[in-house]
Design a protein around this ligand. Structure first.
Ligand SMILES: [Fe+2]
Length: 298
């Protein structure tokens, strides 16, 4: 059984107990949640189901599932974003603030005594992954006891929950840098952010997702999805590729080369059209374009 599935069944994100602790934390921070918010609290981590690891690329995309689920039920962008942005990782990717659920989720660890948390984390295997990440980041060595580690993580997460600021403690997982394409993105509309978040969960050609599914996840219709993806690629410099099986983020060198090859091909075809219309050589058109671009940059 995969670690993510174990986490939901009997681990750290146990499907009854974890939402109970998040609910207590929510109550503490904001008072009583609406019933829709309560549904979000219950389902927000279901996306861990089937994940090999908790903190790898796929595990970090776990909010996409819950976000899509509540969007389908409620057709409500607030509920969608409440779940999607409960992850600091996603908020950082989308250059926005984490949602209210993020802070309740973090603070919830206060209601987990070590004797209840550690056995679950140990049984699901999460403990070893979390400890390795914390040790690799130089926070707490593997030689420290599990209880010392737990005291550290409890303090860290509850501080985040209380302060409600993503930068109040350093990011713990330094292994992965944000993909370049997301770093250069800013000023995305809510719709663009949702599409980008949805497609970001599908890294590599083998994880390509059908446009119809992506549209449902992002809460737009299929025609609009294609427009938004074209806009993200052309205007925001996002590297989103497509193949017969759908859309994906190119991650391997050949995938990136192929995605940019088709862009280059399209560019050359357009230049060729311009050269025919202007009755000039392709080289002249290219040099002319280069001069125009050069001037435009100054
Ligand atoms: Fe959670």
């Amino acid at each position: 059984m995969k670690k993510g599935t174990k986490s939901i069944l009997f681990g750290v994100h146990q499907f009854i107990w974890h939402p109970v602790t998040v609910l207590i934390a929510w109550w503490k921070l904001y008072g009583r949640p609406s019933w829709k918010e309560l549904v979000c609290i219950i389902v927000h981590d279901w996306g861990y189901w089937g994940c090999e690891n908790m903190d790898d690329e796929k595990g970090e995309c776990h909010p996409v599932y819950g976000a899509a689920l509540v969007f389908r039920i409620f057709d409500d962008h607030y509920m969608h974003d409440l779940i999607l942005l409960h992850s600091r990782h996603f908020a950082r990717r989308l250059k926005t603030e984490p949602s209210k659920l993020c802070w309740a989720d973090k603070l919830s660890i206060l209601y987990e005594p070590w004797w209840l948390y550690l056995p679950r984390a140990w049984a699901s295997g999460e403990l070893f992954e979390y400890r390795e990440i914390a040790a690799n980041a130089g926070f707490i060595p593997l030689t420290a006891s599990h209880r010392a580690w737990y005291a550290w993580i409890q303090d860290r997460l509850s501080t985040l929950g209380r302060e409600k600021r993503a930068d109040v403690v350093a990011y713990v997982n330094p292994r992965r840098q944000m993909p370049d394409q997301i770093q250069i993105n800013f000023d995305l509309t809510g719709e663009e952010s949702r599409v980008l978040a949805a497609v970001s969960a599908h890294r590599g050609r083998e994880n390509a997702v059908l446009g119809g599914v992506l549209a449902a996840v992002a809460g737009v219709d299929y025609k609009r999805l294609r427009e938004v993806i074209a806009h993200l690629v052309n205007n925001h410099g996002c590297l989103i590729a497509s193949c017969p099986r759908g859309y994906f983020i190119p991650v391997t060198v050949p995938e990136i080369a192929e995605a940019t090859r088709s862009l280059r091909h399209r560019g050359i075809m357009i230049l060729m059209r311009a050269s025919r219309l202007q009755k000039a050589s392709l080289e002249d058109i290219f040099n002319q374009a280069r001069m125009e671009f050069g001037e435009g940059e100054e």
